[in-house]
Design a binder for this molecule. Structure first.
Ligand code: MIC
Ligand code: SF4
Length: 653
């Protein structure tokens, strides 16, 4: 039987297990990436594991999320990261050089290689044939130390693209269409592999917009085959030697197939406040728009910004609307400047931000209260923009620019009809060979150019807390009952005032779940242990392991949820919190404050492979909860988390 492209790459990297759906496999990781807000823990854990040198082909540390350095704490974090990269042998990309996914794509991403990154949008370079997966930081530390990365073999789903996009519909609309159809949990446990004649019509920047948004589907990864378009893109950035031909076998078998006829797509928009609340733009036309932002890791390439620049040529941004461009990388900014587009856009009334995550996580350009903001980003979770009552819509650069011109949401086709002289911008590829552009990225420090050879820890850099081995008894109150689709932004928000404590767990823990219940942290600390209860898809969104580590620090012992998001579930194991699945009817019945007791000898049951656990509530009624875990995950859990487990293994325990 033939293989899918995913299976081929996994087969090449397999160190443990078989490629059977649902079975745990261990794979070798070629490249790792990390960023500033998850990277501090990655290196602290690398150090705590007693590791002293990067073992993967390549490791890269980016500073992208909090680059404004409002406070010495951020600057200290960046200095620590530079010193860690220098000491242990990673590339270091300076603050302001751009978002990890964009800068990695430009400098290092390579077809056929595996990439593990401590950021949920790590799958972005799947658009050029790299098998890239997001994970918690500790998994990245271990992979960087030469350890395998373990996942349940996902289902490989074929997304078959037919036809070509009509005018004004874009790659963003392909991704939004899938989100509308499949929802934010539609991709859990799956890898989406794109095939079909429609693939040829899409360039690498368009493909990476689609693979980037695969994360919003909850997918483990998304991948495209390679072809002339991939080769062309690599040669435009001077890396044609990295090209390899990659495609699935003709008789490859997929778990499922979804067909998308590109010619039927139209401009789409995701409404507040979930990326899957997708409707045609015309359905929400007429809403006043106060802010428009083009950029982020989703649509921050030169090729993503150009259409807006072309649409604005000879026009101005409507007076009541503010428009900001936040390029994904400094290279994209430099290309726009050298080609004259920055000046054109500025003349039209656009402001430029440095290349940073910034506004995407509520750092800068926070919308006004109860106002509409249109963004080309990938996430619009409530409050993520930095204000609780936000109304953030997600759309393509074309739709965003149309709104900036009109001052309201408008289908660009209607705007073109109204204006009479607005043409759909032709897609145009950029090149690093713009006149005068240097070929090397001056903001990247290679391991052999390192400026530090020992770790520099300022007062904000703390230690990584450890958990004790699991005991035989596990009981405590239900500390908080939550609904479906609780995001990691609810658990540990990423806004400015909180983000600077990512390397200081005791302080950061004070903010745990404060967006759901401001008294939570104190209640958890006062209680001797306890549980969290949630609906479906608990922990969707970010890879931040702080969303498991902070509850652990506050004494939480486990989470009872109807289902979990993949990365967050792995993070719960990594920090010794038991993730138990419960039925919808039991979820309905259980109340906040109820006493929860796991009846079995827990540590024993976890180690011995027991799947069903009896949970007694208030000493009155019982429910059955399921632990879906591999043997390896069970050992990690029982040992009190992956750090203790890995150390124990090294000591021969
Ligand atoms: C996000 O988009 O939520 C983030 C901020 O990039 C996170 C990483 C983090 O929390 O540091 C992610 O996607 O993993
Ligand atoms: Fe940064 Fe936003 Fe992309 Fe996350 S989703 S990496 S915060 S730009």
């Amino acid at each position: 039987m033939g293989q899918t492209l995913t299976e081929k790459i996994l087969d090449d990297h397999l160190v443990e297990g078989d490629l059977e759906t649902g079975e745990e496999i261990g794979i070798e990781i070629d490249q790792v990436l990390t960023q500033d807000t998850t990277g501090t823990l990655v290196w602290l854990q690398f150090e705590a594991l007693g590791l002293d040198e990067v073992q993967t082909e390549l490791a890269a540390q980016y500073c992208d999320h909090q680059t404004y350095q409002f406070d010495f704490k951020n600057t200290d974090d960046h200095r620590f990261l530079r010193s860690a990269a220098g000491t242990f042998g990673a590339y270091y990309s300076r603050p302001g050089n751009g978002i990890c996914h964009n800068v990695h794509k430009e400098n290092f991403a390579a077809p056929g290689k595996t990439l593990l990154g401590s950021d949920s949008h790590t799958p972005t370079p799947g658009g050029l044939g790299q098998l890239a997966i997001g994970s918690g930081g500790l998994d990245v530390s271990v992979a960087m130390g030469g350890g395998a990365y373990y996942i349940e073999m996902p289902e490989v789903v074929n997304v078959h693209l037919e036809g070509e996009l009509p005018e004004w519909a874009t790659a963003k609309d392909i991704a939004l269409h899938l989100l509308g159809e499949l929802t934010v949990k539609g991709g859990v446990g799956k890898i989406f592999e794109y095939t079909g004649p429609g693939v040829e019509s899409l360039t690498v920047p368009e493909r990476t917009t689609i693979t980037n948004l695969g994360t919003e589907l909850g997918a483990t990864s998304s991948i495209f085959p390679t072809d002339e378009k991939t080769k062309d893109w690599l040669s435009r950035i001077g890396r044609e030697d990295d090209y390899v031909d990659l495609s699935p076998d003709e008789d490859a078998e997929y778990a499922d197939q979804i067909t998308v006829d590109l010619s039927e797509l139209e401009p789409l928009i995701a409404c507040p406040s979930m990326p899957d609340k997708v409707v045609p733009v015309s359905e929400v036309a007429g809403e006043d728009v106060e802010q428009v932002i083009i950029g982020s890791c989703t649509n921050g390439a030169y090729e993503d910004i150009l259409p807006g620049a072309k649409m604005l040529k000879g026009r101005t941004v409507e007076k009541k609307t503010e428009m900001v461009v936040a390029p994904g990388s400094k290279q994209a900014s430099e290309m726009l400047a050298r080609e004259g587009w920055t000046a054109e856009m500025m003349a039209a009334g656009v402001n430029f931000s440095e290349a940073t995550c910034g506004a995407c996580i509520g750092i800068g350009h926070v919308p006004g209260s109860d106002s509409v903001s249109l963004r080309t980003f990938n996430r619009n979770f409530e409050g993520r923009s930095g204000i609780e009552d936000d109304n953030v819509y997600l759309c393509s650069p074309e739709v965003a620019t149309a709104a900036a011109i009109a001052g309201e949401i408008v289908d660009p086709r209607d705007l073109a009809d109204d204006l009479g002289d607005l043409e759909a911008p032709e897609f145009e590829m950029g090149s690093k060979y713009s006149e005068g552009m240097g070929q090397e990225d001056p903001d990247i420090i290679a391991p052999d150019e390192a400026v530090d050879d020992e770790l520099i820890k300022g007062p904000n850099i703390g230690d990584v807390p450890l958990k004790d081995e699991m005991g035989s008894e596990l009981s405590g109150p239900n500390l908080l009952k939550m609904e479906d689709n609780i995001t990691t932004d609810h658990i540990i928000p990423a806004t400015q005032d909180i983000l600077m404590y990512r390397s200081n767990i005791p302080k950061l823990s004070e903010f745990t779940l404060s967006r759901v219940d401001e008294d939570f942290a104190q209640r958890a600390l006062d209680s001797d242990g306890g549980f969290l209860v949630a609906g479906e898809n608990y922990g969707q969104g970010s890879s931040r392991e702080h969303a498991a580590l902070c509850p652990m620090y506050l004494g939480v012992e486990g989470v009872l949820a109807q289902s979990f998001a993949r990365i967050h579930k792995a993070n719960l194991f990594n920090f010794g919190l038991i993730p138990l699945e419960i039925d919808a009817s039991d979820y309905e019945q259980i109340e906040q404050g109820d006493d929860i007791e796991i009846v079995d000898d827990v540590a024993d049951a976890v180690r011995s492979g027991q799947e069903e656990f009896t949970v007694r509530v208030n000493d009155e009624w019982e429910l059955t909860a399921t632990l879906d875990a591999s043997e390896r995950e069970r050992r990690i859990l029982a040992d009190g988390g992956k750090l203790s487990h890995t150390k124990k293994q090294a000591e021969g325990g």
